[in-house]
Design a protein around this ligand. Structure first.
Ligand code: DHB
Length: 368
């Protein structure tokens, strides 16, 4: 039998720099998937090639170029932040290489190339859910505070328009820079306005700093609630945030505390393989992305090929640690449950405890 070339997955992640926790989580999840499912699919050996893009889009582009031209990868995957995913989308189209977005969450990314498939989430999915929950729970005025780039602008826009549609008021919208943000002056402004709640989106890894300064300024004691998408109570950091995080309500697609057997197994095996590290929503995006790639490769009988793989990715339905997942064949975007969660202490640890669910939520950014 002729020895066929390995099936190469080029996993581009921020392994260093401000977004390094995203890279660490996704790499660990991808390696767990392979440990659990083997490194041979339909007779084809799978090779994972991990590259650090430091979350600088020019580096992402250069690394992707090397992976496509020199390594001849079959799939590109990863992408810790929106600008990295957008930087590579035209190269995916040109080379007909499926691009599996495991982290970045700006709605429009799937429209940047017909070769993009997303297993992370979208900010509009999470933000709209919070904009419906808040006014039913005594929150009438909200100031928004978001990181000033794609996902933050999506969060702000979809939260504000839905919250106002529901009769709420948004007296101020604040934006902080992505690189080296200082939240203090913004939080002072929020204190002065004194809304019922502050709605926050910051990318994974920045939540602990927001929470700390929110507490230090006594905002919670001043009667301002903290709400947001689940990025701010990121499971990677949550347990070290302290009591200021208790009671914070967020909307998101994944909690490590999700009480399904599939998730309990995922969390236990992830922690066992990673010195107790708790998986976050980035890990689950990476884990599910690997499943989508494996299943697509199976459907091609191990042959692969960009268009055949892409066809095999579209329309997949499976049970993820987050709950049921569907890859919408039309949009190539993820459809999943959005949960309302409250931070509580369980067995001495802080967790995002789910108390309500919106089922099978499509990206509201696509239904214009
Ligand atoms: C993005 C990055 C994050 O860390 C996150 O939590 C959500 C979105 C992004 O850049 O798209």
């Amino acid at each position: 039998l002729a020895q066929s070339a390995p099936f190469k997955i080029g996993l581009i992640l921020p392994m260093t720099g401000q977004q390094a926790t995203t890279g660490r989580q996704i790499e660990a999840a991808a390696r767990l998937w392979i440990a659990q499912n083997g490194d041979t699919v339909a007779g084809r050996k799978v090779q994972l090639i991990v590259k650090d893009d430091t979350s600088v889009p020019d580096v992402t582009r250069r690394v992707a170029q090397e992976l496509i031209v020199n390594e001849k990868v079959d799939v590109l995957a990863g992408f810790g932040i929106t600008p990295s995913a957008l930087a590579v989308a035209p190269m995916a189209t040109q080379s007909k290489t499926p691009l599996v977005v495991m982290a970045a969450a700006t709605s429009s990314i799937t429209e940047a190339s017909p070769y993009v498939v997303r297993t992370s989430f979208t900010l509009p999915q999470a933000a709209v859910a919070m904009a419906d929950w808040a006014p039913k729970n005594g929150i009438k005025t909200v100031v928004t505070l978001v990181t000033d780039y794609g996902p933050g602008l999506d969060a702000e826009k979809f939260f504000k328009s839905r919250f106002e549609f529901n009769g709420g008021k948004v007296p101020e919208t604040l934006r902080v820079p992505l690189r080296n943000p200082d939240f203090a002056p913004f939080l002072q402004k929020v204190r002065d306005i004194k809304p019922d709640a502050l709605f926050v989106f910051v990318p994974s890894g920045a939540g602990a700093a927001v929470m700390k300064q929110f507490g230090e300024r006594g905002m919670d004691k001043a009667g301002i609630k903290l709400i947001g998408t689940g990025d701010v109570t990121d499971d990677d950091q949550l347990n070290d945030m302290g009591d200021v995080a208790l009671g914070v309500v967020t909307s998101h697609h994944y909690s490590a505390y999700h009480p399904s057997p599939a998730n309990k197994k995922f969390v236990a095996e992830f922690q066992k393989a990673n010195k107790g590290l708790r998986p976050n929503f980035m890990a689950v995006g990476g884990y599910d992305g690997m499943r989508v790639i494996y299943e697509a490769l199976k459907k091609t009988g191990g042959k692969g090929g960009g268009d055949a793989l892409l066809a095999g990715m579209k329309g997949q339905i499976f049970e993820s640690p987050r709950g049921p997942v569907f890859i919408d064949a039309q949009t190539r975007d993820v459809v999943h449950n959005i949960y309302l969660r409250k931070v509580e202490k369980k067995d001495g640890q802080l967790h995002n405890v789910e108390f309500d669910v919106l089922k099978d939520v499509k990206d509201p950014g696509k239904t214009k």
